[in-house]
Ligand binder design. Sequence first.
Ligand SMILES: [Zn+2]
Length: 319
Amino acid sequence: MKSPEVNFAAIKQGVRLEAVLRLYQVKDLIKSGNNGRYRGRCPLHRGDGRDAFHVDLRRKIFHCFSCGAGGDVLDLVARLNRCTLREAALKLQDWFLPGEAETSGDPTIRQRVTKRESSVNPPLPFTLRDVDAKHAYLSGRDIDEDTATRFGVGFYRGPGLMSGRVVIPIHDEGGRLVAYAGRSVDGRWPRYRFPAGFSKSRVLFNFHRAAATRSDTALVVEGFFDCLRVSQAGFGYAVALMGTELYEHPEQLLCDRFRRVLLLLDGDEAGRRGRDRVAARLRDRCKVRVMELPHGAQPDQLPSCKLRELIESATSWRV
Ligand SMILES: [Zn+2]
């Protein structure tokens, strides 16, 4: 496979240091004079020093007077992830640049980003209308109308691939609608229908909403309905694998944005095997907690009070 192209200069120019600090949740930096200078606790060595870490947002550089780390946005991301500069550049390109490119006004950046993104799951050029959020199938699965409306989920009576199915909009990490999944409501095969060319491995369902919360924890479930139910129970930071595999890009998204991951996969054999695989992949990169479900149970089949109790007991960790 051809290795992806990295334009270091464009990244240094196009990515703002404050965007990187925000996304890595480097908080409580105190203004230090004018000219965009701040200082605070170092996110790299995490020492006690409250003002060892200095950043200069204008020049896009940082320096820690305690551990000696310093450099530009690429150095910071490489240090935070313990990866190479090239890997850091790829992360920044994938993760930070699309948003930055819109405001940077740099046509070379915008062009390159557009080109990269059009290759997998391009944004849909339409949205489905007259989607019925009050359909009996949804109430039958304990999804209330508010939740269905918030997620854009409902029964679709119009023509086409999704006709006669409950449609579930799927967005990329930037919040762009990239596909609908269609759930059969009458036993028709297949249970879930996806459009041709849609790549599950590039998307983490509901990531864009979970990332917009203030949570530093993500709750990972298997399916759309698990995600809807968990979110309805008050946990907006749930994401769904759309299966039991965690692919490379979704893993990157999770680890870039969240410090902790709660795994709540199904209580069947496939779920347990998936849970162990996902936990093993994530363990070196973030804090992982595995939640146990009774044998054969699925999160979306638990009553809301049970679900809430289970999640609250797991989120009480503090490190
Ligand atoms: Zn330091």
